[in-house]
Design a protein around this ligand. Structure first.
Ligand code: SAH
Length: 453
């Protein structure tokens, strides 16, 4: 490697690329430098910071040629908060960047340069889309603070407003913070494991407008409980559900084991397409239901169901995709490793009068081979694995039994590309890939891939 780059050097560089966490990348004699705040296509003055063997970091001093896609981040804490990575790039620019990320990994890792990657399906209004906020509370210099963590830390970036969450979450976050001292309620201290209020969780049903508020406290009993309930009802008069979760442990995990109803109902309802979902304090539910409909609509399009098919939904969570599919197929078999999610899936099937969806809890790589070994056969297989991608054993099972069509929903283009290569080597052909933007202003991108054999 060249070592023309040293700490504290100042230079002007051209930004070639953007990393996953939103840093610009410049190459100086082939040596990559990561520069937070810089955008592709820009020329910037930098000062080199830490240098490692294969790459280094630099600070942005001045932009000498700005990207036409650069915008002023609308959020006033964007540069400190770790919640968003790309508010300084126009939304159109973000979508172009996300498509490029997918294209690059399909070429590099998947060796699939011929597979079409469509333009990313984005949101018409990419603000206030999150239906769930998990807001830590703390205290600094005698003042209550609440907001979101700085990237890779537990430092709360104090704010009254977060423009990707609901108005109600903003109101609750701000007003609770400003009234806590008057109520005499203190906040939890991670270092000493003392204090009461740990987290505020706000969930909203997009289609129904129903609101759930969850207070995570260190103890079950606290004297200000009734006053806090009254305050929440004053901030959100139509609140559907107020819950308390008790977490006495010294831990990073948000929820403890005990959840108590304080006011209203223990669940809220939301719908995606024409399927209703019941959401409890701890159940998993997609955070952007508007785009979930787009994502799963795409998965359904690629599945090309006529009504005669037996379909597997692997990694089915609470059965969101399964229940969509059930309406269009002969039957669907969902598998998911978290038993509670399978309980939710069964209840949601019942709630919607769906009787051709079968759910089983366990690892997909164990349960699916078992179904096949029992003589079951499937026409279409849908997978929606976590970030690490499909288990190798599952890929082996697919290649052994070769369902005609595979629809792969992915939240990590890197592992998607790796798994597509394995399926291609086993005889499948990737037809096309459709990225969908589930998390505007973050660097995440979801994809749906369609494969045939
Ligand atoms: N399709 C789901 C979400 C999928 S997220 C929905 O729309 O709700 C990925 C899911 O895979 C998570 O629910 C996770 O619990 C589950 N999971 C992780 N490893 C698994 C495994 N080995 N077998 C089955 N499910 C698994």
């Amino acid at each position: 490697m060249s070592f023309s780059v040293n700490r504290n050097d100042k230079m002007n560089v051209f930004i070639e690329d953007l990393t996953h966490d939103g840093s610009g990348v410049a190459k100086v004699d082939g040596y990559p430098l990561f520069i937070p705040g810089a955008l592709p296509g820009e020329e910037v003055d930098i000062q080199v910071g830490k240098t490692l063997k294969n790459y280094g970091f630099a600070r942005l001093l001045n932009i000498t040629k700005a990207s036409p896609d650069r915008v002023d981040p609308p959020c006033h804490v964007f540069w400190e908060c770790g919640g968003c990575q790309m508010q300084h790039l126009s939304y159109e620019g973000q979508l172009v960047q996300k498509r490029k990320t997918v294209r690059d990994v399909l070429d590099r890792i998947g060796k699939l340069p011929h597979v079409p990657v469509h333009p990313v399906k984005g949101m018409d209004n990419p603000w206030r889309y999150r239906n769930k906020s998990q807001i830590p509370f703390g205290e600094r210099d005698g003042k209550v603070v609440s907001g979101f963590y700085r990237s890779r830390t537990h430092h709360i970036v104090d704010t009254d407003v977060c423009i990707i969450q609901s108005d109600e979450a903003d109101d609750l976050m701000a007003m609770l913070k400003h009234e806590l001292h008057a109520l005499g309620l203190d906040t939890y201290d991670e270092k000493t494991n003392l204090g009461m209020l740990r987290h505020l969780i706000v969930r909203k049903g997009r289609a129904t407008g129903e609101i759930m508020v969850v207070l995570v406290t260190r103890k079950k009993k606290f004297t200000q409980k009734d006053a806090v309930i009254e305050l929440i009802k004053r901030i959100v008069p139509n609140v559907t559900s107020i819950m308390q979760n008790v977490n006495a442990e010294k831990t990073n995990v948000i929820f403890g084991d005990e959840t108590i109803l304080l006011h209203g109902k223990p669940v809220i309802v939301d719908s995606i397409g024409d399927i209703d979902f019941e959401i409890s304090a701890r159940s998993f539910y997609q955070v952007n239901p508007e785009q979930t409909e787009v994502l799963y609509g795409q998965a359904l399009d690629y599945a090309q169901l006529t009504g005669d098919e037996s379909v597997i939904d692997a990694y089915c969570g609470i059965g969101t995709i399964s229940l969509f599919i059930a309406q269009k197929a002969k039957e669907v078999y969902g598998v998911e490793i978290v038993p509670q999610a399978i309980e939710d899936a069964k209840r949601n099937a019942e709630l919607n009068g769906i009787d051709n969806a079968y759910f089983e809890a366990g690892p997909a790589e164990v349960i699916i081979p078992k179904w096949y070994a029992n003589g079951k056969r499937f026409d279409v297989l849908v997978v929606d694995p976590p970030r690490k991608g499909c288990d190798e054993e599952l890929l082996k099972t697919i290649l052994e039994y070769k369902p005609k069509r595979v629809v792969y929903v992915s939240c990590n283009p890197g592992t998607l590309a790796r798994d597509l290569r394995i399926l291609e080597d086993g005889g499948y052909r990737t037809q096309e890939v459709q990225p969908v933007d589930m998390f505007p202003h973050s660097s995440h991108v979801e994809c749906v891939a369609w494969l045939e054999i």
